[in-house]
Design a protein around this ligand. Structure first.
Ligand SMILES: [Zn+2]
Ligand SMILES: [Zn+2]
Ligand SMILES: [Zn+2]
Ligand SMILES: [Zn+2]
Length: 378
């Protein structure tokens, strides 16, 4: 979605290959596509307009933003009927004529706004923090306005998050590639696209982000964070092979940088094993998780939510494997019984995690029973 393809034939160009239009920076794989675009693709008419808007990336961001605002207002039409914007107090935006949206945890008559008004608010707050050198802490607090509602302090979700992602990207896309804020805006766009279910687009943004970070020599920690996001996107697309190979990298990277007792390392071990499980590579998941199970229980404690998840992942890898021994199945059942008890105590019986755990426990018990009956192979 950030322009990494030939504008005509969609050949992948990465961040630097190909040929640019000298006026507007639209990119092509080569002169043939460029000529064709000019003669038949309408570029002769658009080129000036794109240049005036600030170049191909800016023009694309503006266009996608406008589309996203229209889609979002449409999706929110029912919810926002008869309401007014809490920022400009109008129903229809005075300048853009856009209608209202809401996509956070605000209820009742609270939280209705125009995407433009939310954008303006975030833009002004961040600009003020930069101009007055208010420091990283204040800047980051204000940056939250791009993804979090100032009234209910909850993340925007779905199409609203996506529209704000485009708003953020169009605001900062013109900055130098080395400017950290441009990278942050790219992250907002990627998260927004994911929130609206546009995972293919989120993937190309994630790829571009990672390639940029590598080229600029970003620290290993930042690269690992970007890789984690990318692995999540691959997972959402059901592309677990790709997800697993990235997870592997991230896990061993974290192991080296932060050590086996770090929460990040344990979390990534769990993500890696969960993706292995999706590929039915249970043996690998099992042997990967053995150590993290012990470490998380010792370092985080049995009541920690991550410890519960890690033990759960381990137990499911144990019982879902067709080659599991009766001992494996017993261990899985014992582990799930124990985590179920803890989950009910810590999070309550109605919590989604507790309910999922109970489902797993029932499955594991059924698998064990089937194996222990005389006709079984045990
Ligand atoms: Zn081409
Ligand atoms: Zn051009
Ligand atoms: Zn407004
Ligand atoms: Zn809210």
């Amino acid at each position: 979605m950030i322009l990494t393809q030939c504008a005509v034939c969609a050949t992948e160009l990465g961040l630097s290959l190909g040929k640019k239009c000298g006026r507007c920076s639209t990119r092509y794989c080569g002169p043939e596509c460029q000529v064709q675009h000019w003669k038949e693709g309408g570029h002769d008419n658009l080129c000036k307009k794109i240049k005036k808007a600030g170049g191909a990336e800016q023009y694309n961001a503006n266009t996608k933003y406008a589309e996203a605002v229209a889609v979002t207002a449409e999706a929110c039409a029912e919810d926002t009927k008869g309401q007014t914007c809490y920022i400009c107090t109008q129903a229809l935006h005075w300048k853009t004529k856009e209608s209202l949206v809401r996509g956070c945890s605000c209820r009742g008559t609270a939280g209705f706004a125009h995407v433009s008004c939310l954008e303006e608010q975030a833009k002004i707050l961040c600009a003020e923090a930069e101009e007055n050198n208010l420091g990283a802490k204040v800047f980051n607090e204000r940056w939250a306005r791009w993804h979090t509602c100032s009234l209910c302090e909850q993340w925007y979700h779905g199409v609203v998050r996506c529209a704000l992602g485009w708003a953020c990207w169009k605001t900062y896309v013109g900055r130098a590639e080395t400017d950290q804020v441009r990278g942050m805006a790219m992250t907002e766009l990627g998260n927004g696209l994911s929130a609206a279910g546009h995972h293919e687009d989120a993937l190309s943004v994630g790829d571009a982000e990672l390639a940029t970070a590598r080229r600029l020599g970003a620290p290993a920690e930042s690269i690992l964070v970007l890789q984690t996001n990318l692995a999540c996107t691959y997972g959402r697309l059901g592309r677990f092979e790709e997800a697993v190979s990235i997870r592997r990298n991230v896990y061993f990277g974290l192991l080296k940088i932060e050590g086996e007792e770090s929460r990040n390392t344990l979390l990534e071990a769990n993500n890696y094993a969960a993706d292995l499980r999706c590929l039915k590579r249970f043996k690998e998941a099992k042997s990967l998780m053995r150590k993290p199970v012990l470490v998380s229980r010792r370092v985080l404690g049995d009541n920690d939510r991550l410890t519960l998840k890690i033990r759960w992942t381990y137990a499911t890898a144990l019982y879902m494997d067709d080659g599991a021994t009766v001992d494996d199945l017993r261990e899985a059942v014992t582990t799930l019984e124990d985590t179920d008890r803890i989950a009910r105590r810590v999070m309550g019986g109605g919590h989604p995690l507790t309910l999922d755990l109970q489902d797993c426990l029932r499955n594991a018990q059924a698998t064990l029973r089937a194996r222990e009956t005389p006709s079984g192979s045990a």
